[in-house]
Design a protein around this ligand. Sequence first.
Ligand code: PM9
Length: 478
Amino acid sequence: MRNSHPGQPGADDTVQTMGMQYRRRSWAEPYKIKMVEPIRMTTRAQREKALAEAGYNTFLLRSDDVYIDLLTDSGTSAMSDWQWAGMMLGDEAYAGSKNFYHLEEVVRKHYTHKHVIPTHQGRGAEHLLSQIMIQAGDVVPGNMYFTTTRFHQEHAGAKFIDVIIDEAHDPSVIHPFKGNVDLAKLERVLEAHRGRVPYVCLAATVNMAGGQPVSMACARAVKELCGKYRVPVMSDATRAVENAWFIKQREEGYADTPVADILREFMSYTDGATMSGKKDPLVNIGGWLSVNDDAIAEKARNLVVVFEGLHTYGGMAGRDMEAMARGIVESVQDAHIRARIGQVEYLGELLQTWGVPIVQPVGGHAVYLDARRFYPGMAQTRFPAQTLAAELYLDAGVRAMERGIVSAGRNTETGDHFYPKLELVRLTIPRRVYTQAHIDVVAESVQAVFANPQRPAGLEMVYEPECLRFFQARFERL
Ligand code: PM9
C-alpha cells in the first residue's frame, strides 16, 4: 500500500492490485536523506526485561531499547542541512546575539506578535506567562487542558476550565474542527468570573483531544467575544502551522491560501503565544513567549532573566536560536506540512482500514488509539492506555505515550484522579525522521496487539510523583 492522494496533479497511473483497478497519485517527501542513524531491533525477552525495569512506563525506557520511537514529536525532528549550516553561524555572545535578532524577526513575521522573549522550551514560556498574568483565585478557560500548561496555571493559583466543544471528548465523532471552543461555554465562564479571567488559552492544534484543529472562524469569534470582556487571547501556538494546514484543507475560502498566510491570520486573532519550538519549528530545543502588550513584555523580560537566561537568549545557545529561526521558515512551507501531516494520515488510514479503533478524524501530529475499545471492561483505574502502551512496546519495540488518566493527574481540590473521557495512546510521528516502511511496521504491530485474544489485566501504580506524574510514575502488572 502506498500513500495516495487522488486529487493531486501529476502523471496518471493506473494500478492493478488483487483484481482491483485504481488510479494512483502519490506524494513524496520534499527532501532526501543525507545522514542516517542506526536503530536496534530487540528480542521480546529483552523488551520484557527493559519494560519491567522501566516500571511499565514508556518515558522510563532507554531509547537504545526502542526500535521505532513514537513517544513524541517534541524535539525529535530531523534538521535540514540549511539548519545545520545555521548552527555553525551561532553567535554565542552573552548579550545581543545576532541569532536572537534573526529569531525575533522571523517570529514577528510569521506569528505576528510584537515582542519575543526566548525560553528554553514551551513550559518555560508557560511559566513566565502564568506568573505574570495569573493571581490566586483566577480561572483560565481553554480548549482542553495540556499537562504542562495546566500545571503552570494551577501553580500560579488559577483553576483551568475546559471550554472545548463536546465533540472533542468523543473519539468516534467526526468533526472537521474538533479543537474548537464552545463559545456559549466560554461566555458563561467570562460572565460568571468577571474580573477573574486573566486570559483565555487557545491551543492550536489541541494535543490532548488528538491533535485536533481550531477553525479560523472560531479563532475570530473567540477574539471578538473576549474583546467584549476585555480579556486577552493567549495561544498555545506549539502546532499552529499544523492547524493552518487543516484550515487550508477543510475551511471554505482557504484552499488556495498559502499556509504561511493562514498562520498569520490565525495568530492575528491572538494577543500573545507560548511556544514550544520543539514541535512545528523543527528543532531539538527552544521556545518563546510572544506578546503584543508592552507592559506584559516588560514583566516577561524582567522575569526571564531569573528563570531562563538573558532576554536575548532565554536558555538557548545562539546556534539553537539560528536553527529555530531557519526551522520556522521551513515549517511554514506548504510542501513540508503536506508531507508531515500526510505521513500521520497514512498511518491513520491504514489502522482505520484494518478496523483498529482510533480517534477520528486523524489529527496533525499523531494517531491516537482508543484504549477503552482495545480493552473494553477494563476499569480506568487499571490504566488501560498505560497498559496498551506497554503491550505495544512488547510486541515490536514501538514506543508510544499514554494520554489518559495517568496524564490527566489529580484534582488539586479533591485529591482524586481526574477521570478524562479520553483514554488514549498516542503514536506520535517525529518530523522528517521515519520512512513509510517504518510506518507500515508500526501499523502491523498495532493491529497485532489489537487482534491478540489474550487481554492484559491492567496495571497498578506503585510510585506516583507529585507533579506531572506521567513522566516518572512506576507500575506493576496486575
Ligand atoms: N508536548 C508532547 O509530547 C512534550 C512532552 S509531554 C509534556 O506532546 C503543548 C500543546 C505541548 C507541549 C509539549 C507543551 C510544552 C506545551 N503545549 O515540552 O516544554 O504539546 O517544550 O512544551 C509534548 P515543552
